[in-house]
Design a protein. Structure first.
Lengths: 486, 346
C-alpha cells in the first residue's frame, strides 16, 4: 500500500478512528500491531509469517540473552544475527551470488539455475531495525522488552515498516508508554508533515517521468538532456525518499509517535562527510554504530580507518540492492569520504561554503548515475554522453525548471527554519509564519517541521490551495517509492 | 469554543475556499484547458478559444466553427478530406501546424493535390459515434473522403460502453447501434455539470485527476504480490464483432472511408502487429477496404531509438502522438491518398 494511494488514506483514517476511543495503552498497541500486520499483508499475506518469525526470534534471543552468562549471551546474539542476515542474504542476494558464480563458472562449463525468489517488502529495513535491538540488548545499552506485543508493535509499526526511517528500539520503545490516538495538535502537525511529503512525492514523480526513458536509452538523447536528467534524478531521489520519510513521520505523528529525522537538506552540505550526516540519517547512523565502530572505526590507526570507511560504504552500497552498480556507488562515496578525511587530517584549507556545497552537489549528482543505471553499460553510455557533445533528442519537460525552482525555494525555507532561534532570518521567518497562522515545531527526534494552520484567511488559503494543487498535479498512476525496491 | 468563533472560522474557510477556487481556475487555464461549446449536431466540440496543454506536451490549439481545428495556410475552395477520431486526432498536445492533419494537408498542397484536411477529432469518441453521426458529418462538411482514426479499444471496450453511443447485439444476433447523444440527457444538475466542465479548466483537471485516482484504486491488488495481471481483452479480437463494426462504418460512409489504425509501438518488436490490428487489417485486405496501420512506420522509430508517442512531461512511448509521430502519420496518409488517387477513388 503506497502512501500516495487513496487506499492508504482510507487505511490511515480507519486506524486513527480505531485508536480514538479512550482505551488502555496496551489495548491501543494491540490495535496498532494488528493494523500494521494487515498493512504488511496487503502487500503479500504469505510474507507476514516471515515478519512475525523475525520478530519472535529476536524477541526470544534478546530475552534469553538478558539473563545469560557472557558466552551464552554471545551465542544468542549470533543466533539472532544469523537468522536476520541469513534471511536477508537468502531473499536479497541469492540470485546476485548465483549470477556472479555463473559468470565465473561459464568458462568451466557449469551453470546454476536462477531462483524464483520474491524480495519481501521492507526486509532490508526491518532486519536492520531488529538487529539494532538485539545488539543494543547485547551491549546492555537497552533492557529487553518484556511484552511480545510491544515488540511486535515496534517491529511492524506500519509507517516506517517498508522503507524506513530505520527506527532504533531505543527511540521508539520508550515512546510506547504514551497514550496514542488522534489529538487535534497531533493531527494538525502530522497532516502538515504528510502534505509536505505528498508534495515532494508529486515533484519526484513528475521529474521521474522525464528521467526514466533517458536512463533506459542514454545514447538517444542530447548532452544537455543528459545533464538535465542527471540533475533531475538527484532531485527525484531526494524528493521521493525524503517525501516518503515525511509521510511516514507525519503518519506516525498523527498516531502519536515521533519517528527520527531522516533528511536534513543534504544537498546543502559543504562536504561529503556532512552530506552523510544529513542524507538517510538513520541508515548512516546505523552503519556507523553497528558496522564502522565495531570494525574498529578510527581507533586502529590511519590505514585501518580508511579501510573501515571503505568497507562500510561498500557494504552500505550493497545494502541498497544486489547489484555491482550499488557497490560502485558506495565505493565512490567511500573514496570521497576517505579523501575528505585525509584532507582534514592534513589540515588542508577548506573550500568556501558556497563552493563546497556546489562541489559536493555535483559529485553526489554524478554518483547517482551508477546508482540509477541498470547496468555498467548504461552507466558508461550515460557518462560518455555527459562528457561529449552528443547530438540527440531533447527530452526536457517544460515544467522541469519550475520543479527545480520549487525544490530550491523549499531548501531556502528549510535552511531558514534551521537558523538559530533569535537570529534575524529566524525572526523574519517567524513573522511570516505568524501571518499564515503557521508555526515552526521542532522536535528533538523528528527535527523541525512547519505546522500549517487555518486560523486566518491567509493561513486557510495556503492550506486549501496547497491541498488543491497537490491533488491536481499529483501523478495518479501507481508509482511505488524508489526505496521500496531496497 | 463559542458559536460565534465557530461561525467566524467557517466564514474564514469559505472566503479562503472561494479564493482558492478562483486562483485554481486562473492557474489551470494557463496549464491545461480545453474549452468546449455546444454544437447542435456533434455535442460539445472544441471552442474558438485556444486550448492549452502543458500537462502532456506543450501545445496550443485553435478551433474554428463546428469543432474543426485551424490549419494555417488551408487551400481555399478545395474539396474536403474529413478526419474523424478521438483525442489522438484532436491532438491538443501539439500546436496547430504540427498535427498530422495539417501536415497531410501541406504535403498534398505541395504535391499539387490541394485538399482541405478537416480535423474533427474530439476526445472520448469511438467507432459507434462515427457510424451514428455519419449523415451529420456528410451534411456539415460534404467530404470527398473520410479518414477514421481508431485504436484497438474503439472497436472493443469503448465501442460497447453504455455511457456513450455504443454498439449492441440485437436479439437476432446482428449488430445494432444505440445512440446516446452527449447532450440533452439527464436532469438540470447533470446539464449544469456538463456545461461547467466545458467552461472550467479547474473542473476539467479535477475530473481528470479524479479518474486517475479511481483507476489507481481499481488497480490495487492486495494480499498477493505476484498475482498475475489480467489478460487484456484487446488481445482477443475474436471476442468482438470487428467485421460487423467495420462493415457498418463502410456502409454509412458509402465505402469512401479510410481506416487509420493506431497500433501500439513496441521498440523491441516493431514489425509485430497487435492482435486487434492484425484482425482489422486482415478484414480490410479480404474486403478490399482502405486501411493503414501506424505499425508501418514502427521500424523507423525503432531504428532511431525514438517513439511516435510521448512527451518529456508525460512519458516516453506513452499517451498521445508527439511531433515526430504526427509527421509519420501524415506521411503514411499521404501515401494512402496517393494510392486512392491511383485507384481513381480520390
Amino acid at each position: 500500500m503506497v502512501f500516495s494511494n487513496p487506499w492508504y488514506f482510507v487505511f490511515l483514517a480507519v486506524v486513527l478512528v480505531a485508536l480514538a476511543p479512550p482505551l488502555s495503552i496496551p489495548a491501543k498497541k494491540k490495535i496498532l500491531a494488528v493494523a500494521s500486520c494487515f498493512f504488511y499483508a496487503c502487500w503479500d499475506y504469505r510474507y507476514l509469517g516471515l515478519l512475525l518469525f523475525i520478530s519472535v526470534v529476536d524477541y526470544v534471543c534478546a530475552a534469553k540473552m538478558d539473563a545469560a552468562a557472557p558466552t551464552a549471551r554471545r551465542r544468542w546474539l549470533t543466533a539472532s544475527l544469523v537468522s536476520n542476515l541469513g534471511l536477508l542474504g537468502y531473499f536479497k542476494y541469492t540470485n546476485f551470488f548465483l549470477d556472479n558464480l555463473n559468470g565465473v563458472g561459464a568458462s568451466f562449463g557449469f551453470h546454476l539455475p536462477h531462483q524464483d525468489i520474491l524480495l519481501p517488502a521492507g526486509i532490508s529495513f526491518f532486519t536492520f531495525k531488529t538487529m539494532s535491538y538485539v545488539i543494543d540488548v547485547y551491549r546492555r545499552e537497552l533492557a529487553p522488552v518484556r511484552s511480545l506485543w510491544d515488540y511486535v508493535t515496534f517491529v511492524t509499526f506500519f509507517p516506517e515498516l517498508i522503507a524506513g526511517p530505520i527506527v532504533r528500539a531505543s527511540v521508539l520503545l520508550p515512546q510506547m508508554d504514551r497514550s496514542i490516538g488522534p489529538r487535534r495538535e497531533r493531527l494538525g502537525l502530522g497532516a502538515s508533515i504528510f502534505l509536505l511529503g505528498f508534495t515532494k512525492k508529486m515533484i519526484a514523480d513528475r521529474i521521474g517521468t522525464m528521467v526514466t526513458p533517458v536512463f533506459e536509452r542514454p545514447t538517444t538523447f542530447s548532452t544537455a538532456t543528459l545533464w538535465a536528467v542527471a540533475l533531475g534524478y538527484a532531485l527525484q531521489i531526494y524528493c521521493d525518499f525524503s517525501g516518503y520519510s515525511d509521510m511516514a513521520i507525519g503518519s506516525a505523528k498523527m498516531i502519536g509517535y515521533d519517528l527520527p529525522e531522516n533528511f536534513a537538506m543534504p544537498y546543502l552540505s559543504a562536504d561529503i562527510t556532512e552530506f552523510w550526516r544529513r542524507w538517510h540519517m538513520t541508515l548512516s547512523q546505523w552503519l556507523r554504530d553497528y558496522l564502522y565502530i565495531p570494525l574498529g572505526g578510527n581507533r586502529l590507526g590511519t590505514g585501518r580507518t580508511y579501510v573501515n570507511l571503505m568497507l562500510t560504504m561498500l557494504l552500505g552500497g550493497l545494502w541498497h540492492g544486489a547489484s555491482w552498480n550499488f557497490v560502485v556507488w558506495g565505493g565512490l562515496h567511500g573514496v570521497a569520504l576517505a579523501l575528505h578525511r585525509l584532507g582534514r587530517d592534513r589540515a588542508r584549507p577548506r573550500l568556501p561554503r558556497a563552493l563546497g556545497i556546489a562541489t559536493t552537489f555535483v559529485f553526489v549528482t554524478l554518483c547517482w548515475i551508477p546508482f540509477r543505471a541498470s547496468t555498467f553499460a548504461e552507466t558508461r553510455a550515460f557518462f560518455a554522453g555527459l562528457f561529449s557533445a552528443q547530438a540527440g533528442l531533447s527530452w526536457i519537460a517544460p515544467e522541469f525548471w519550475w520543479l527545480v525552482a520549487l525544490v530550491a525555494i523549499g531548501h531556502v525555507v528549510g535552511a531558514l527554519a534551521r537558523e538559530p532561534e533569535g537570529s534575524g532570518a529566524s525572526l523574519r521567518l517567524q513573522s511570516l509564519l505568524s501571518r499564515l497562522d503557521a508555526k515552526l515545531v521542532s522536535n528533538p527526534i523528528s527535527g523541525p517541521y512547519f505546522r500549517l494552520g487555518t486560523g486566518s484567511i491567509l493561513g486557510a488559503y495556503v492550506v486549501l490551495a496547497w491541498v488543491l494543487f497537490a491533488f491536481l498535479f499529483a501523478v495518479t498512476d501507481s508509482n511505488p517509492f524508489i526505496y521500496f525496491q531496497f | 469554543m463559542t458559536l460565534r468563533s465557530v461561525l467566524a472560522g467557517l466564514l474564514r474557510l469559505c472566503i479562503a475556499a472561494a479564493l482558492v477556487l478562483a486562483s485554481g481556475e486562473l492557474v489551470m487555464r494557463r496549464y491545461c484547458y480545453s474549452p468546449r461549446v455546444l454544437d447542435p449536431d456533434f455535442g460539445f466540440v472544441p471552442a474558438g478559444n485556444p486550448t492549452i496543454c502543458k500537462k502532456e506536451g506543450d501545445g496550443v490549439g485553435h478551433w474554428g466553427k463546428r469543432g474543426i481545428r485551424r490549419s494555417p495556410g488551408r487551400p481555399a475552395g478545395a474539396s474536403n478530406i474529413l478526419v474523424l477520431g478521438d483525442s489522438l486526432t484532436e491532438a491538443e498536445q501539439v500546436d496547430d501546424d504540427q498535427t498530422f492533419t495539417h501536415l497531410l494537408e501541406a504535403r498534398l498542397v505541395a504535391e499539387g493535390r490541394p485538399y482541405a484536411v478537416l480535423n474533427a477529432g474530439i476526445e472520448g469518441l469511438a467507432l459507434p459515434y462515427y457510424v451514428e453521426a455519419a449523415p451529420a458529418y456528410e451534411r456539415a462538411f460534404s467530404p470527398r473522403w473520410t479518414i477514421v482514426a481508431i485504436s484497438a479499444d474503439d472497436v472493443a471496450g469503448s465501442a460497447f460502453s453504455a455511457i456513450a453511443t455504443h454498439f449492441v447485439k440485437n436479439p437476432d444476433g446482428t449488430l445494432g447501434l444505440k445512440a446516446n447523444p452527449p447532450v440533452g440527457r439527464g436532469g438540470p444538475v447533470r446539464q449544469f455539470v456538463r456545461y461547467a466542465r466545458a467552461h472550467s479548466a479547474l473542473l476539467q483537471n479535477y475530473v481528470l485527476q479524479y479518474e486517475g485516482y479511481a483507476r489507481s484504486v481499481r488497480a490495487f491488488r492486495p494480499f498477493v504480490a505476484t498475482k498475475k495481471k489480467d489478460d487484456p481483452p484487446l488481445s482477443h479480437p475474436e471476442r468482438f464483432p470487428v467485421r460487423e463494426e467495420l462493415s457498418m462504418l463502410e456502409e454509412r460512409f458509402q465505402g469512401r472511408v479510410t481506416i487509420l489504425f493506431f497500433s501500439g509501438f513496441r521498440p523491441e518488436d516493431p514489425d509485430e502487429e497487435s492482435p486487434m490490428g492484425r484482425a482489422i487489417l486482415d478484414i480490410c485486405a479480404a474486403e478490399g477496404w482502405s486501411c493503414r496501420s501506424t505499425r508501418e512506420f514502427s521500424r523507423q522509430f525503432a531504428a532511431s531509438g525514438t517513439a511516435p508517442a510521448g512527451f518529456p512531461n508525460s512519458g516516453f512511448n506513452w499517451g498521445h502522438l508527439n511531433t515526430a509521430g504526427h509527421a509519420a502519420v501524415a506521411a503514411l496518409l499521404d501515401d494512402e491518398v496517393r494510392r486512392l488517387g491511383e485507384r481513381g477513388l480520390l
